[in-house]
Design a protein around this ligand. Sequence first.
Ligand SMILES: [Zn+2]
Length: 189
Amino acid sequence: MSTDAPDDGGLFAAHDESLTPDERAREEGRRAVDAAILRMARAAGTPVRQRPIFADSTLTTADTEPLAGIGFALLLADSARQRVDRYIKRAREDGAGWREIGKALRLQQAAGERDGDLGAEAFEYAAGPPAQRLDRMWFGWKCPSCLGTITDYGPCGGHPDDCEHGHAGNCQRRAAAVTAYQAQWADEE
Ligand SMILES: [Zn+2]
């Protein structure tokens, strides 16, 4: 049985050819956020009232109290950021590298500005600041091959065992990474 969230069917912007795919997704997201805020207000028992779309408009739309709306919007932003983390975790579990993740995170510009590499930029985004200033940064995920809980130290470029801790001794994914690492050194010799 699937536990997927129900899809509410109709899309608003899916067939608007004047918009790019990104713009269509953004428009759909904006509408979903508006709908979510109303649902949150109802759940919290906060009044939902009709208000004019613009100051002098006769058209009205349902909306929550502005001060409550600030809080609901922040909760949504927090949920969205948690989603980003969850997708990064799944991407690493699926075998995506930090560079690819950096591209998905649209960090090319930030990486360029800091003269840094995209993989490192993505890893810093995911890991967040360490608890103590001098602690080593890490990002956690679960290895689908050995089911080990992995402490990922980012794109360190060294031996796989230095970059990822937590694989089982007989993990096939680790073995493949070590083989690739050794082949790379063999090529350079
Ligand atoms: Zn493993």
